[in-house]
Design a protein around this ligand. Structure first.
Ligand SMILES: Cc1cc2nc3c(=O)[nH]c(=O)nc-3n(C[C@H](O)[C@H](O)[C@H](O)COP(=O)(O)O)c2cc1C
Length: 231
């Protein structure tokens, strides 16, 4: 049914995706972005509701939003005025999630030579989120507020499809929940109506092959640790 080359290509598209945190300024043609989104829109959704909206930022729109986000992030008073609209992370961190979260954080900071006590450099590294890690394309994803939890599942499948489809073009991505803190600034800038809620953002572009942070390869638990086979 499936030839070996197809198996390898599908698996490679999935397993070669990593969160990339440094991009080259190389522009991505609009036709390529549209192709990626058209492929991703083949993602399944309950009763084919297709609950995703995508705002594509490039050029001036990307630059000016980035500037506003960086300014808000760097000003402690302004930053404190912005909070997430929905909880992406638990408020109570428990094992094993806490250890996994810590590990990826320290692995990234370790690669960058950022000490655990160096709050300034940590702040600067987090700021890179709002600079879209230097990427030429930024996506903002919104969902209609009337949609329920199931549609958020559909949305996750769509997001993964965007990231995998990007790999087919040799492009990379970083999905970013960091944007949700500044949803008011973002929704105003992209012109999203009040009926829509920001889900997350994403950077898209060509990975910088020389950036040390792009060498980060995160771990995964073995199948036996999360799957139980019931005969
Ligand atoms: C919805 C979502 C939001 C994320 N938000 C951020 C973010 O704001 N900043 C960031 O650097 N990475 C972010 N990540 C990337 C994760 O840290 C990353 O996927 C995880 O550590 C696994 O690494 P990998 O993607 O390289 O396999 C996010 C991932 C997802 C799926």
């Amino acid at each position: 049914m499936t030839d070996a080359a197809t198996t390898r290509a599908v698996e490679a598209a999935i397993t070669s995706r990593r969160a990339i945190r440094a991009f080259l300024p190389t522009p991505v043609p609009r036709a390529t972005i549209e192709e990626i989104l058209a492929v991703a829109a083949r993602a399944p959704s309950g009763t084919n509701t297709q609950p995703w909206h995508v705002y594509v930022l490039t050029g001036e729109s990307l630059k000016s939003l980035s500037k506003r986000l960086v300014a808000a992030y760097d000003d402690p008073v302004e930053r404190a005025r912005h909070t997430e609209e929905y909880a992406y992370y638990p408020t109570e961190w428990r094992s094993p999630f806490l250890e996994r979260r810590r590990k990826v954080g320290w692995d990234l900071y370790g690669l960058l030579g950022i000490a655990k006590t160096d709050k300034e450099r940590m702040h600067a590294q987090h700021r890179r989120n709002y600079e879209f890690f230097g990427a030429p394309v930024g996506f903002m994803f919104t969902i209609d507020r009337v949609m329920r939890q199931g549609s958020w599942l559909d949305f996750g499948m769509f997001l993964q499809s965007v990231m995998v489809a990007a790999r087919a073009h040799g492009l990379d991505t970083c999905p970013q929940a960091a944007f949700t803190q500044f949803h008011r600034i973002i929704c105003e800038a992209i012109g999203a109506p009040e009926s829509e809620q920001l889900v997350c953002g994403m950077s898209l572009g060509v990975r910088d092959p020389d950036a040390i942070e792009n060498t980060l390869v995160t771990e995964r638990e073995p199948v036996a640790s999360f799957a139980r086979f019931l005969d």
